[in-house]
Design a protein. Structure first.
Length: 372
């Protein structure tokens, strides 16, 4: 049974979700203003309305904000020099109390921005930690990025009940049903980047754009150390809707590089991974982080997924399990060098649900939620 406080905080989280589609380095924020147990204003920040959630909620509440309580899932931003800062607005609107679900601090950074003590000094009552885990999970990409400078990495694939992502001939379309494919496009919309290996481009020729739900298409990345990508591949087309970055090795062929950049794609040359002939994916994530990219959706295939899980570079696994048996075929994940069960990779915060006849397994790999 939820308390009244938790109910209002969950409402703030639902509002925050409406902001999905903004760059992941910006936290998702929702705000609910409550007077006499009644919601008098609510707001969220989104691509279309970039006004801070709290300001939007105060705007809706008008004079009813006086003496009211504000519920927000994340500590608001505060810039002392900013005339429009949330603190000034909260004081001017005579708000009595602010309830913050989660501060901006993580286990690795003390990055709070001082707004809470500023509010207390202005005689506004402040409480924190209501429905805290849910508030942190909604901003898990933001927290990981602000604590480490690295993007949050989600791996997704559709597999048969016997763990195959393609048949022995490489056929993989479609393992999952229509509802699960919409879920996959929703995941695309929630990330800054979609990444695949060259094997997936050669086998499936995916477009890697958002089509089955509304939203912008993220940057597309193809990891291709020998530049085998065909110039007619769909991941290089449709440049106006989505930009493509092809990541390759230091010694890639110059003529091939020019042919690909002539298609409108960007080439990034990185040194190979130690003990591996392919691209160093950890180094790639460091570079993406430097470019302000805070989330990556990895859509396969087996080679890239196995490398990333082996390197313990995955934060979330969202797998679609279809009620089908394929038998011999391509397994989702190859050898991880695990010989004992107590070395098996564990999950935390697992969510399981049904979509049509498919099952979605959605779990976090960091057993102790270290990102949060
Ligand atoms: N069911 C699903 O959801 C789903 C999704 C995606 C793919 N698939 C299936 O998966 C199969 C493709 O699997 P795949 O393993 O060939 O494809 P992949 O993982 O997309 O690509 C693997 C290739 O990426 C390159 N690479 C570069 N750096 C790498 C690194 N650090 N680690 C691993 N690979 C690196 C390598 O080629 P170079 O050495 O030439 O660079 C490697 O051969 C297809 O049958 C496809 O249909 C299924």
């Amino acid at each position: 049974m939820l308390t009244t406080e938790e109910r209002f905080m969950q409402m703030a989280i639902r509002l925050a979700h409406r902001g999905i589609g903004r760059p992941s380095r910006e936290p998702l924020a929702g705000a609910v203003i409550v007077a006499d147990d009644r919601v008098v204003g609510c707001g969220y920040a989104s691509e279309r309305q970039p006004v801070p959630a709290i300001i939007a909620a105060l705007d809706k509440a008008g004079g009813l904000a006086s003496g009211a309580t504000l519920y927000t899932n994340i500590e608001p931003c505060y810039d002392r020099s900013d005339e429009e800062s949330c603190v000034r607005m909260l004081v001017e609107c005579r708000l009595a109390r602010v309830v913050v679900g989660a501060t901006k601090q993580t286990q690795h950074s003390q990055q709070g921005n001082g707004i809470l003590s500023e509010l207390v000094s202005r005689r506004i009552e402040v409480d924190t930690g209501v429905w805290e885990h849910g508030c942190r999970e909604v901003n898990e990409k933001y927290y990981k990025y602000s604590a480490t400078g690295l993007p949050f990495v989600t791996v997704t694939f559709a597999q048969s009940l016997d763990g195959r992502i393609a048949t022995g001939t490489g056929d993989s379309q479609w393992i999952s049903g229509a509802a699960a494919r919409r879920f996959a496009h929703q995941l695309r919309r929630e990330h800054d980047v979609i990444l695949v290996g060259i094997g997936t481009v050669l086998a499936d020729d995916p477009r890697l754009t958002v089509r089955l739900v509304k939203g912008r298409s993220p940057l597309r990345i193809v990891v291709d150390s020998r530049l085998r990508i065909p110039l007619i591949s769909r991941a290089l087309a449709n440049g106006a809707a989505s930009h493509t970055l092809v990541v390759t090795g230091k010694d890639a062929d110059g003529a091939r590089i020019r042919a690909i950049t002539d298609m409108g794609a960007e080439i990034l040359q990185l040194a190979g991974a130690p003990n591996h002939s392919g691209v160093d994916l950890v180094r790639l994530f460091e570079e993406l982080g430097r470019r302000g990219i805070a989330s990556v959706l990895v859509e396969g295939g087996k080679g890239i997924i196995t490398s990333l899980i082996s390197a313990r570079a995955v934060d979330r696994l969202a797998t679609v399990i279809a009620p089908k048996l394929i038998g011999q075929g391509t397994e989702a994940i190859g050898d991880l060098g695990i010989t004992r069960l107590n070395e098996a990779i564990a999950f935390s915060s697992v969510h399981i649900r049904r979509l049509g006849s498919d099952i979605i397994f959605d779990g976090r790999l960091s057993a102790d939620d270290t990102n949060l």
